[in-house]
Design a protein around this ligand. Structure first.
Ligand code: FPP
Length: 243
């Protein structure tokens, strides 16, 4: 929506949402345990955020752990959670250095208190930062997000704070975890899979989708540029006609 035109005339999407896929396959190809792929994938997030920021992208949102990912073997779930916890702890220094603002979407109430506090402290610490808006989707699922929003809206209705006629698209958007974010302009999914896996289903109504065979740990500047080049070729009409 809020595209920026950079110095070489390229249209830069304001918000890029990424489905990080292929960590396991990246590890398998190298005869490494799956967790090595997640470690490499986590390290690549920082690199890609820096490249995105330098390109002029304002918001990057990554799908780190879905409400469905709990179905994975418990050792893998534990390893990803450990990695996420450490990553978000270390993120404070990176935030300071880069003036980055961090948000977390998803239901974090299921995490242990210490982990929840790490997240809340980080979000609070970076809330006035004006650099890249980096959002991590953690225990996130679009259907669950909408379910939680429904409950909140019903509660406000029952308490007499809103009437039925107040329920419009904006009110619904304002009750989602993404209420502070613009809708994604571009969604990237790596590793050759072409589905949305319960990722921001309300918010991506008019997003463009870019799929690449590159596995997430290998996703590089070249891949991000290819995604932005693809975005430049599409004609976004948001349901209207070309003027
Ligand atoms: C997808 O690859 C990856 C995940 C579901 C987990 C992503 C988690 C991280 C990169 C760890 C930390 C995240 C942050 C934000 C620090 P896959 O395991 O589905 O790969 P496969 O399809 O090749 O098996």
């Amino acid at each position: 929506m809020g595209d920026i035109i950079n110095s070489d005339g390229r249209k830069i999407p304001e918000h890029v949402a990424i489905i990080l896929d292929g960590n396991g396959r990246w590890a398998k190809k190298r005869f490494l345990p799956r967790n090595a792929g997640h470690v490499q994938g986590a390290a690549n997030i920082e690199k890609v955020c820096t490249i995105a920021r330098d390109m002029g992208i304002k918001y990057v949102t990554v799908y780190a752990f879905s409400t469905e990912n709990w179905k994975r073997p418990s050792a893998e779930v534990e390893a990803i959670m450990k990695l996420l916890r450490q990553y978000l702890k270390d993120c404070r220094k990176k935030c300071k250095k880069n003036n980055m603002k961090v948000r977390v979407i998803g239901d974090i109430s299921v995490l242990d208190e210490d982990f929840q506090n790490t997240i809340k402290d980080l979000v609070d610490y970076s809330k006035e930062h004006t650099g890249l808006n980096f959002t991590v989707a953690l225990n996130y699922g679009s259907r669950d997000e909408i379910r939680r929003a429904f409950k909140e809206i019903m509660k406000e209705h029952d308490e007499g704070k809103i009437s039925l006629d107040d329920i419009d698209e904006k009110l619904i958007s304002d009750h989602l975890d993404t209420r502070e974010l613009p809708d994604p302009d571009l969604v990237i999914r790596t590793s050759g899979e072409q589905r949305m896996s319960n990722y921001m289903m309300w918010q991506i109504a008019y997003s463009e989708f870019y799929f690449t065979d590159t596995l997430w740990p290998d996703f590089s500047k070249k891949d991000l540029e290819a995604a932005v080049d693809f975005y430049n070729k599409v004609d976004r009409r948001f349901g209207g006609i070309k003027s």
